[in-house]
Every structure is written in C-alpha cells, then in structure tokens.
Ligand binder design. Structure first.
Ligand code: NAD
Ligand code: ZN
Length: 252
C-alpha cells in the first residue's frame, strides 16, 4: 500500500471510529474480487453486451429468451460468488452498531450472504438470484426457469397467470422500486457519514443519494479505484482497492 493510500486509510479509520448512523452505499466494485465483473471497467459487462431495456423485454419474446441466455451464462460467476473483504468489513460495522443500513445497487445478494440481516440491506436495483412474474408478482426460482428455458429455448411464462417472468432486477426503463427508494432516502437523510463504495456514480437516480447526504450535512467518503462523477463533493476520496482499504480501516 502506497504512503498516500495509507494516510487516507488512517483518516478513514478515524472517521469510522466516530460514525454512529452511517450508510454504506455500494456498487459493483465491491463484488469484483468475488468474481463478478462490474459494468464500466475496461472489459466489464457493459463493453460486451448492450443491456436489454425494459420495453424491449416486454415487447419481444426473442429478447426475453436472450435475457435468460445471458443470465444463465453469468451463473458461473453469480452462483459461485462468496462475500469478499469489503462485504465482511461492512458486516463488522453493522454488528458494531456504526452503520444504520446498507443501500446497494448490486443484485448479487452478497451483503445478505455476509451475515447482514435482509431488513438492513436496501436493494435499489433488485436481486438476480430469483425471478418474478411482471403481471402477478409470483416468485419463481431460477432452477424452475432454467429447466424450462433449456428444454424449449424460450423464455418461460408464469405458472399461475401466464405473464412474463423476469429476473427480479430493475432494467433500464423500468420504474425504480418505491419502497427501497423511500427507505434509502430516509437512511440518507438521517446519516452522519455516507460511504460510497465501488460505484462509478453515473446511474441516476441512485447517484442522487450521495448528493442528498452531502446537502444534509453528512460527511461523504468515496472509495473507488477510478475517479467518480462526485469526487469533488467528498471530504475523503480514496482511489484504491476496496478490499485492501476496508480491511485495513476496520481492523479485519
Ligand atoms: P460500475 O461498473 O458503473 O462502477 C464500478 C466501479 O467500481 C468502477 O468505477 C470501478 O473502477 C470500481 N471498482 C471495481 N473493482 C474495484 C475494486 N476492487 N476496488 C475499488 N474499485 C473498484 O458499477 P455501478 O456504479 O454499481 O453501476 C452498475 C450497475 O450495474 C449497478 O446499478 C448494478 O445494478 C449493476 N451491476 C451489478 C453487479 C453486482 O450485483 N455485483 C455487477 C455489475 C453490474
Ligand atoms: Zn403471474
């Protein structure tokens, strides 16, 4: 670890020691060490496939099948992933009562897998580890979807109502989920420290939360390998590896 990063990590440790109702806001960068690629790094998912937006998913059966083909191609990464050092550090801060909650853009379920109660994880973009019917809301397990997809090559319809079944994630063009957005807003309004971790902070409205936190007078920390859109708003910016920094700053 370089000298400047060591100094920044020391500053972070001091700041975390005084944190009472912090919010950790996480993006894909916290899960890259777990084998799940992010979107916008060179070689990230984004650079390989243009995402299928919500209207296209609804309108075209062939694109629904394509969405499932891509999802199952990712299963090796999502299915095998275990929480990393960043997830474990945040779970420690939750246990110590320093964090009030974790707001995540991730869809991988790794915060819950690290031992944080599901009620303390706010998922802004849903969860890719199961599927729901867009018409009636019925939950479908991925094994069920996969068996039908592999047998027919087609996207399966809901076993109850025949509606379209979609991974329980939020696609571009799909409305943001109301309850998680409200909860994230409440946590942000009440926090003393806001930790933005592993997000390029370009996807709105999610990227509005660090801005809101700053406006409310919270201390803003950004930890990300590359510069983000909001670096100039933050009191402390650490451009380094998330696992290294959080492990060092939380005494893991
Ligand atoms: P992003 O890909 O836009 O940004 C991730 C950032 O993390 C990048 O700036 C990168 O430099 C940084 N990063 C990657 N590995 C790092 C490491 N080890 N240490 C420090 N920094 C690191 O991700 P985003 O802002 O979360 O937006 C992508 C959207 O795509 C999310 O909203 C999410 O829904 C979805 N997504 C989720 C996952 C997941 O669940 N793990 C993975 C890919 C994409
Ligand atoms: Zn249904």
């Amino acid at each position: 670890m370089g000298d400047d990063i060591k100094a920044a990590t020391d500053a972070l440790r001091a700041l975390l020691a005084g944190m009472r109702r912090g919010v950790a806001f996480t993006g894909a960068g916290i899960s890259t060490e777990c084998g799940i690629p992010d979107f916008r790094s060179p070689g990230g998912l984004w650079t390989r496939n243009r995402p299928i937006d919500f209207q296209t998913f609804l309108a075209r059966r062939d694109m629904r099948a394509e969405a499932w083909r891509r999802r199952f191609a990712m299963e090796e990464a999502f299915g095998a992933a275990r929480p990393g050092r960043g997830h474990r550090a945040l779970a420690r801060l939750m246990r110590e009562g320093r964090l009030a909650g974790i707001v995540t853009q991730n869809i991988d379920g790794l915060h819950q897998a690290s031992g944080v109660a599901a009620a303390d994880v706010v998922e802004l973009h849903g969860n890719t580890t199961y599927a729901t019917c867009l018409d009636c809301g019925e939950r479908h397990e991925l094994d069920w979807v996969r068996a039908r997809f592999e047998a027919s090559g087609e996207a399966p319809d809901c076993r109850d109502c025949g509606g379209p079944v979609k991974s329980a994630t939020i696609s571009f063009g799909q409305p943001m989920p109301a309850a998680p957005m409200a909860r994230a807003g409440e946590l942000t309004a009440a926090c003393d420290v806001f930790l933005a971790i592993g997000s390029s902070l370009v996807v709105w409205p999610a990227a509005g939360f660090p801005v809101q936190a700053r406006r409310n007078g919270a201390r803003l920390v950004i930890i990300n390998r590359e510069p983000t859109e909001l670096d100039e708003l933050a009191e402390l910016v650490i451009h380094a590896d998330i696992g290294d920094v959080l492990e060092a700053a939380t005494g893991g």
